[in-house]
Design a protein around this ligand. Structure first.
Ligand code: ZN
Length: 236
């Protein structure tokens, strides 16, 4: 292999590494977008939960108001009956029943006042939360838009890299290219390992002296006897 091929394979590797990097960035983004969408939904749900609490309090208030109406109705009936009772015992029993109903009404009115206070407090809280929610949702949506923009840019980068790769491979002999691809499939990461202090930086084995001497003599790509990567030595 001549040194031009060696240089071209090094360039090819550089492009391939960039392609891998861009691809892995693209792959990660959908999960990030999903996480952001979940975060947004959580913010919305939390706010709506507060609205539900308020609605429940309003329902409870309404129920108690109806209870009061029922009790008032009962009191009116008791008052009617009081005019017609004959016995003293019956009279006393009705009075007792009326007093109980009146007491219940007072109790219910107290409860209603408490609920009204709770609703008022919650209303204040809702005002603050609503503003917070809107800001958070807006911020998250911005982030989602950014991520989508990022994917678009990365895909454009990938397209350019692939075009560049295709241009470059035209300058490499098919058998050299095919060997490069074979090694790439095997080692997954870098096909060409820089030799550093007589060590292959692909597998971190010391290179046999004979191969190392050959490396020093030429600019050619030799292969590591251990991992099969091309070895590239640059004299410092
Ligand atoms: Zn090696």
């Amino acid at each position: 292999m001549d040194s031009i091929t060696a240089q071209n394979l090094l360039k090819l590797q550089e492009i391939d590494l960039k392609i891998e990097e861009v691809k892995s960035k693209i792959e990660k983004i959908p999960a990030e977008i999903k996480r952001l969408q979940e975060e947004k939904q959580k913010v919305i749900d939390e706010f709506e939960e507060t609205l539900r609490q308020k609605k429940q309090l309003e329902l409870a208030k309404k129920e108690k108001e109806l209870d009061i109406q029922t009790l008032q109705e009962r009191i009116r009936k008791i008052e009617d009956k009081l005019n017609t009772v004959r016995s003293n015992d019956e009279y006393k029993a009705f009075l007792r029943e009326k007093a109980q109903a009146e007491e219940s009404i007072i109790h219910l009115e107290d409860e209603i006042l408490q609920i009204m206070q709770q609703i008022e407090d919650l209303q204040e809280k809702i005002k603050v939360l609503e503003k917070e929610k809107e800001e958070k949702v807006k911020e998250i949506e911005n982030q989602i838009n950014q991520k989508n923009e990022e994917i678009k840019n990365l895909e454009e980068q990938l397209k350019q890299l692939q075009e560049k790769r295709e241009e470059l491979t035209k300058q490499i002999k098919p058998q050299d290219l095919s060997q490069y691809e074979t090694i790439k499939k095997k080692v997954k990461t870098k096909v060409i390992a820089i030799v550093d202090d007589q060590v292959c930086t692909g597998c971190y084995m010391v290179i046999p002296p004979k191969i190392f001497t050959e490396l020093l003599k030429s600019n050619q790509l030799l292969r590591c006897p251990n991992c099969g990567r091309y070895l590239f030595y640059e004299s410092k």
